[in-house]
Write a protein that binds this ligand. Structure first.
Ligand SMILES: [Zn+2]
Ligand SMILES: [Zn+2]
Length: 241
């Protein structure tokens, strides 16, 4: 772009940080200032190679107690960022304040650190966690689909938007315990066309991994429909303290 024109655009639409509204001279595609970026800690090793939960302190990766007790139907789940601080704020604004343009920084912050994981999974298609039509009507968009569109381009894996659907209305998981969440989502999903997933390696995507009950149930349904393998990617990972 012509430098004069770029400056002109900066005056009209100054590049501001999505979080603190600070002016960023060299905004790049993220539009998050360095100070806010620093308050978005990454998921780091050591972690559980199955569910991806990070452990405090130093040491080697090892399977966590929960995964040892009950192995999920997915092979591995990974998130790029911890669901706290600025990351949590960004996801809230995206999902609950309808700022759909925030899918871009969220997807791009995730695309780079998880590129190797996705490549190792050799996934053949991306399947977003579906929303019930009632929720979709309320919100107007499925946050996992919008993220999946960018990830699909970034990772070169085709997106199957409607591979799964939510066939049963479920109350929001936010106030429920882990056991209640598991029951809440049981039987809530199905695969629309088993031919799409049969014998294929699926990358299931969502915005946040909390207790994992939603992605575990989706992975279970995908495997039952014949998917050869299911891996999971989310922007963020909640860690109970
Ligand atoms: Zn900022
Ligand atoms: Zn685990």
């Amino acid at each position: 772009m012509n430098k004069f024109f770029a400056t002109f655009l900066d005056v009209l639409f100054p590049p501001l940080c999505h979080l603190c509204r600070a002016f960023i001279p060299d905004a790049g595609p993220l539009h998050i200032c360095p100070a806010c970026r620093e308050r978005m800690p990454a998921v780091a090793h050591p972690l559980c190679p199955v569910c991806g939960i990070p452990f405090l302190g130093v040491g080697d990766d090892h399977v966590c107690g929960a995964c040892r007790q009950s192995q999920p139907d997915f092979t591995a789940a990974r998130a790029a960022l911890l669901y706290e601080g600025e990351c949590r704020e960004l996801i809230h604004a995206y999902k609950y304040r309808y700022k759909t343009h925030l899918r871009r920084p969220l997807a791009l912050l995730t695309a780079a650190p998880l590129r190797d994981f996705v490549a190792a999974c050799a996934s053949e298609l991306i399947v977003p966690v579906p929303l019930h039509v009632r929720r979709l009507r309320e919100r107007g968009f499925n946050q996992a689909v919008l993220l999946g569109e960018i990830w699909s381009r970034e990772w070169g894996v085709p997106l199957e938007r409607g591979a799964m659907r939510r066939i049963r209305w479920t109350e929001p998981q936010i106030t429920l315990t882990a056991a209640q969440r598991r029951d809440n989502v049981k039987g809530a999903f199905d695969v629309r066309d088993a031919g799409v997933v049969k014998g294929r390696r699926v990358l299931l995507v969502d915005d946040v991994y909390t207790t994992g009950s939603t992605v575990k149930e989706c992975a279970h349904v995908l495997k039952a429909a014949g998917a050869s393998e299911v891996a999971v990617v989310t922007v963020a990972r909640a860690v109970e303290s």
